[in-house]
Design a protein around this ligand. Structure first.
Ligand SMILES: O=C(OP(=O)(O)O)[C@H](O)COP(=O)(O)O
Length: 258
C-alpha cells in the first residue's frame, strides 16, 4: 500500500543543456526555456493538488533556481529548501565543458554512451590544467561541504554518485519522509538516476536505459519500507515527455558543432 509520495525533479534546461556540453559541476544558470519548464512544472503540480513540506536541492544554482520557481508557481515559497553537495550532478571529470556530439565524432557514439550511461565506468579525472578546474574548486560553496575540499571527487561513475548520495539520503531525507513530510528533491539527471536505481532496485545494466528529461516531475509512491508500490510516474503530457527523453538520448549522436 502506498504510504509516502516522493517527487524527484531534474532541473529545468540549463544554458549548457542547450549547447549540448557536459555541465556537471560547472554552475550554469537555467536558460529562458529552463525557467519556463520549472514554472510549468510548478503549475502542473499545483493543478494536481500536490503540497510540499520540504525541498532538497544540490548546491548548484540550476537545481536551486528550479526549486524556487516551482515553489513560487505553486504559491508555496515558504517551504524550507535544504541544500547539499551530495545531490550535485555527477562529476564528469575531464569531460566537463566538452560537447557530446563532437565527442561522439572523435571517440564514437558507443564510447560516449558508455561514459554517459554505464553504471561503474568513471571518466578521466579533472586536473589543474582543465579550463574549469579553478572555477569549480575555488568556489566558496565547496568550503561548506561535510568533507574537506581535497576529498571532493575529481570524476565519478554513477556508482560513485550513489555512494556519496546514499549516506545523505539515509541520514537526512529518509527521516523527513518517515515523519510523513512530502518531499521534493530538485536535483540533476544523474543524481536522480542514481537514487531511482537504488529505490527501484534497477540492475547495473538496465539503468543505462533510464533517461530523465529536464523539468519533468517524477512521482514515486512508496510503502512503509520506502519501496515503490507502483512504477514511477513522469507527470505531464506523455507524448511531450517521450519526445524530451529522445532528445536527451540523441545528445550523444555524432554531429559537428555548428
Ligand atoms: O550537467 C548534467 O546534467 P544536469 O543537466 O541534469 O545537471 C550532465 O552534463 C548531464 O549529462 P548526461 O545527460 O550526458 O549524463
Amino acid at each position: 500500500m502506498s504510504k509516502y509520495k516522493l517527487f524527484l525533479l531534474r532541473h529545468g534546461e540549463g544554458a549548457w543543456n542547450k549547447e549540448n556540453r557536459f555541465c556537471s559541476w560547472v554552475d550554469q544558470k537555467l536558460s529562458k526555456d529552463g525557467v519556463k519548464e520549472a514554472q510549468d512544472c510548478g503549475r502542473l503540480l499545483k493543478e494536481q493538488g500536490y503540497k510540499f513540506d520540504l525541498v532538497f536541492t544540490s548546491i548548484l544554482s540550476r537545481s536551486i533556481q528550479t526549486a524556487w520557481l516551482v515553489l513560487e508557481a505553486m504559491g508555496q515559497e515558504w517551504v524550507p529548501v535544504v541544500k547539499s553537495w551530495r545531490l550535485n550532478e555527477r562529476h564528469y571529470g575531464s569531460l566537463i565543458g566538452l560537447n557530446r556530439a563532437e565527442m561522439a565524432l572523435q571517440h564514437g557514439e558507443e564510447k560516449v554512451k558508455l561514459w554517459r550511461r554505464s553504471y561503474d565506468i568513471t571518466p578521466p579525472p579533472i586536473d589543474e590544467s582543465h579550463p574549469y578546474f579553478l572555477e569549480i574548486y575555488n568556489d566558496r560553496r565547496y568550503t561548506t561541504c561535510d568533507v574537506p575540499k581535497e576529498n571532493l571527487p575529481r570524476a565519478e561513475s554513477l556508482k560513485e554518485v550513489l555512494d556519496r548520495l546514499l549516506p545523505y539520503w539515509g541520514s537526512t531525507v529518509v527521516p523527513e519522509i518517515r515523519k510523513g513530510r512530502t518531499v521534493l528533491i530538485s536535483a540533476h539527471g544523474n543524481s536522480c538516476r542514481a537514487l531511482l536505481k537504488y529505490l527501484e532496485g534497477i540492475s547495473d545494466k538496465d539503468i543505462a536505459s533510464v533517461t530523465l528529461p529536464t523539468g519533468i516531475p517524477v512521482l514515486l509512491e512508496l510503502d512503509e519500507n520506502l519501496k515503490p508500490v507502483k512504477p514511477r510516474q513522469l507527470l505531464g503530457d506523455q507524448a511531450k515527455i517521450q519526445a524530451a527523453i529522445r532528445k536527451v538520448e540523441d545528445q550523444g549522436k555524432a554531429k559537428p558543432s555548428t
